[in-house]
Design a protein around this ligand. Structure first.
Ligand code: FES
Length: 101
């Protein structure tokens, strides 16, 4: 297992949203309402990247077809919906946030 730092903590703010590629993983680091989320940068509907998705009140809205997903549960808000968003546990080390894989 290796720690890969993604961002310095002082760079995070509400509205922060940045894509990363680490060891072949497409990731999206988000801060919303003072909570930090690390999710796979791929919509479960049709695999669109979520890099430019809109995020508000703990909900991310895919720019491709507009399906919304709850960032806490990962569940989509569509009838018979899909797989949930895939999320990863952010790891804090020193003054950075990252991922262990
Ligand atoms: S690809 Fe995201 S809603 Fe369709």
């Amino acid at each position: 297992m290796t720690y890969y730092p993604l961002e310095k903590l002082h760079q995070l703010y509400d509205g922060y949203q940045r894509a990363f590629r680490v060891q072949g993983l497409e990731l999206l680091l988000i801060q919303d309402q003072q909570r930090t989320y690390l999710i796979e940068n791929r919509c479960p509907h049709m695999d669109a990247p979520l890099t430019y998705a809109s995020i508000r009140d703990g909900v991310i809205r895919c720019p491709m077809h507009g399906i919304e997903f709850n960032l806490d549960s990962g569940q989509g808000r569509a009838p018979g919906c899909l797989q949930p968003l895939k999320s990863y546990t952010p790891v804090y080390e020193g003054n950075t946030i990252g991922i262990v894989i």
